[in-house]
Write a protein that binds this ligand. Structure first.
Ligand SMILES: Cc1cc2nc3c(=O)[nH]c(=O)nc-3n(C[C@H](O)[C@H](O)[C@H](O)COP(=O)(O)OP(=O)(O)OC[C@H]3O[C@@H](n4cnc5c(N)ncnc54)[C@H](O)[C@@H]3O)c2cc1C
Length: 316
C-alpha cells in the first residue's frame, strides 16, 4: 500500500482498463506482455454486437464479433497479471490526496456490484453508441441490412441495388459504393438532392421515408407518397455519443465530436488517464477513426503509453 492510500482502500493495481471491446482487450494484452498488474472490467456487448460478422480486419475478416471477443479473452488467460472481470463500472474519481502538486496519482473505480478498485492508471475503452434516424424499422435491421460503413458492410451488397438515406452523405457514400453496387438509390428524406450528386446514381427519391421493413432477402422502404422502393441494403449516417459517463465524471477534455480528446499517445487531459478506441479522438484528425483495427491500434498505444509512464514514475 502506498503512503497516500488509506487502510480502507482496496489494494492498488497498476492499470484498470474499463471496457472489453477490441481497444480494451488489446490494451490488456499489451500490459500483460510486460507483466503489469491489470484488471479489465467489461460490461458486455460492444458497438458492433448487432452485426453477425465483422469485416476489414486482417486474419479475422468475417468473424462473429462475439467470437472475436471470446478468442481475445482466451489469449489473455496466458498472462497471469491480467484479470478480466465481468461488470459495469459506475464511477471513476481521483483517490483522495493523490493528485495535485505531489504528482502522485491514483484513481478509485466503483463497480455496479458494490466492489471497488484502486489503480495508478486508467485506460478508458468504453466505446460509443449510435443514435439512429427515428424511422420505424431501422433499429430492427441495424447491423444487418441497414448499416453505416461501406468498409464494414459494402462487399456484402456486391452487384445489388443499394440505397443511401439522407442528402448530406449521399455524394460521398455513392462515390465509395460505386464499384460495389450494381445500382445506387438516393433517398433524400424530404431534403433537396445535393447539387454534386454523381450521374451514376440511378434513382433519387425526395419524399420523406416513413418506414423500412424486410421484404424477401432485401428491404422495402416506404415513402410518404408514391410507390415504396425495393433495395437489397440501406446505408444511413448515425450520430455517435459516448457509451459511458466517465469523460464527464472526470471532466476530461472533449473534441467537437463529443469524443474524448487524446494526444498522439492516447493521453487524455488528466494524468494517468488514457482513452482508446471509438471514444478517443486525436484532435489533429477530423473525426474519431472508428473501426476494429483502429481500436486495436489505439488500445496497444494506450497500453504502451501507460507502461512508459509507470516506468517513469518508478525509475525517473
Ligand atoms: C453495426 C455495426 C457494425 C460494425 N462493423 C464493423 C466491422 O465490420 N469492422 C470494423 O472494423 N468496425 C465495425 N464497426 C465499428 C466497431 O464496432 C467499432 O469501431 C469497435 O467496436 C470499437 O471498439 P471499442 O473497443 O472502442 O468499443 P466497443 O467495441 O464498443 O467496446 C466497448 C466495451 O466497453 C464496455 N463498457 C461500456 N461502458 C462500460 C462500463 N461502464 N463499465 C464496463 N464496461 C463498459 C461495453 O460493454 C463494451 O464491451 C461496426 C459498428 C457498428 C455499429
Amino acid at each position: 500500500m502506498t503512503d497516500s492510500a488509506r487502510d480502507t482502500d482496496p489494494p492498488e493495481h497498476e492499470v484498470v482498463v474499463v471496457g472489453g471491446g477490441p481497444a480494451g482487450l488489446q490494451a490488456a494484452l499489451t500490459l500483460g506482455r510486460v507483466h503489469r498488474d491489470t484488471v479489465l472490467v467489461d460490461a458486455g456487448q460492444g458497438r458492433n454486437a448487432p452485426a453477425s460478422h465483422l469485416h476489414n480486419l486482417i486474419t479475422r475478416d468475417g468473424t462473429d464479433p462475439a467470437e472475436f471477443r471470446r478468442l481475445a479473452r482466451e489469449e489473455l488467460r496466458a498472462y497471469p497479471t491480467v484479470e478480466v472481470r465481468e461488470g459495469r463500472v459506475t464511477s471513476l474519481r481521483p483517490a483522495e490526496g493523490t493528485t495535485g502538486e505531489s504528482g502522485r496519482t491514483a484513481y478509485l473505480v466503483e463497480l455496479e456490484d458494490g466492489t471497488s478498485l484502486r489503480t495508478r492508471c486508467v485506460i478508458l475503452a468504453t466505446g460509443v453508441r449510435d443514435r439512429l434516424p427515428e424511422i420505424p424499422g431501422i433499429a430492427e435491421l441495424w447491423g444487418d441490412l441497414v448499416a453505416q460503413c461501406p468498409f464494414c458492410h459494402g462487399h456484402e451488397f456486391a452487384g445489388r441495388r443499394v440505397a443511401i438515406l439522407g442528402a448530406e452523405p449521399a455524394t460521398h457514400l455513392a462515390g465509395i459504393l460505386r464499384p460495389v453496387a450494381a445500382e445506387l438509390v438516393v433517398l433524400t428524406h424530404g431534403e433537396e438532392p445535393p447539387a454534386d450528386l454523381p450521374s451514376f446514381v440511378t434513382t433519387v427519391r425526395t419524399e420523406r421515408v416513413t418506414g423500412v421493413g424486410r421484404a424477401g432477402d432485401g428491404l422495402e422502404v416506404r415513402l410518404a407518397a408514391g410507390d415504396p422502393v425495393r433495395v437489397d441494403g440501406l446505408f444511413t449516417p448515425t450520430t455517435m455519443r459516448q457509451a459511458a459517463p466517465f469523460a464527464e465524471q472526470l471532466a476530461l477534455g472533449l473534441n467537437e465530436s463529443g469524443c474524448t480528446r487524446v494526444d498522439e499517445s492516447c493521453r487524455t487531459s488528466l494524468p494517468r488517464v488514457y482513452a482508446a478506441g471509438d471514444m478517443a479522438h486525436v484532435e489533429a484528425l477530423p473525426m474519431p477513426m472508428t473501426s476494429v483495427a483502429q481500436a486495436i491500434a489505439s488500445g496497444m498505444l494506450a497500453g504502451s503509453t501507460a507502461v512508459k509512464d509507470l516506468v517513469e514514475d518508478e525509475i525517473g
